[in-house]
Design a protein. Structure first.
Length: 226
């Protein structure tokens, strides 16, 4: 799942990106309100963490602008102080939750998870299943045919993305965007490397290959022919 973090404090922004990435989210960042507004307007995020005090355009204006144009992704607001007026205005503007600074990154990750479970129970659910693959997204465990499969963090995010959209074909470019994040400058063939590792891990013991390579198009999770 993709999360956008809009926070002008560079250190806090980095900490939040790290904590959310570790929790299995794909994270894009913006350091001011205008960039945040633009990204939220043009990219499909599952949730946004939005600071109120931002340069260019403040968080409440960003949120109001999104809601005016029908953007419904859950938004969690951050503010420097536990200011009651900010909270009331934030909820009025369409925020789904509110966290007062200072907070720990771990606490924020838990709140993002809670917002997603409330808004999109199916996707934030604990288990994703396809054929004989099961992924526990909370405990970060994958099993195939009941046997545990060890995956690196990138392979985990890659598999999670495929499990969330079974049968759909993703180009390498789309996978880079969705799994590595919007502004990663990673080469396309990196995707192939991680797909190969993922295949090796989940196909151990000569299991049927569930990842289909679609020539000149990309990859999909597909039980056909497996
Ligand atoms: Ca700020």
């Amino acid at each position: 799942m993709r999360v956008l973090v809009v926070e002008d404090d560079v250190n806090l922004n980095r900490q939040l990106k790290e904590a959310l990435t570790e929790a299995g989210y794909v994270v894009d960042i913006a350091l001011d309100g205008e960039e945040g507004h633009y990204l939220g307007d043009t990219e499909p995020y599952d949730a946004v963490v939005l600071d109120i005090g931002l340069p260019q355009m403040d968080g409440l204006s960003v949120l109001e602008a999104w809601r005016r144009t029908g953007k419904i992704m859950p938004v969690l607001l951050l503010t420097a102080r536990d200011r009651w007026s900010d909270k009331v205005q934030g909820i009025d503007a369409g925020a789904d939750d509110y966290v007062a600074k200072p907070f720990s990154p771990r606490e924020l990750v838990a709140r993002v998870g809670a917002v997603l479970r409330r808004v999109r129970p199916a996707l934030a659910g604990e288990t994703l299943v396809f054929a004989d693959i099961e992924m526990d997204t909370v405990a970060h465990k994958v099993r195939r045919g009941g046997k545990p499969v060890a995956l690196g963090p990138t392979e985990f995010r890659l598999l999670r993305h495929l499990l969330e959209h079974p049968g759909r074909v993703f180009s390498r470019e789309r996978l880079l965007d969705s799994v590595w994040g919007h502004d990663s400058d990673i080469e396309l063939r990196t995707v192939d490397v991680h797909i190969r590792r993922l295949r090796k891990a989940i196909n151990q013991g000569d299991r049927p290959d569930l990842i289909r390579t679609v020539r000149s198009a990309g990859y999909s999770l597909d039980a056909e022919g497996a």
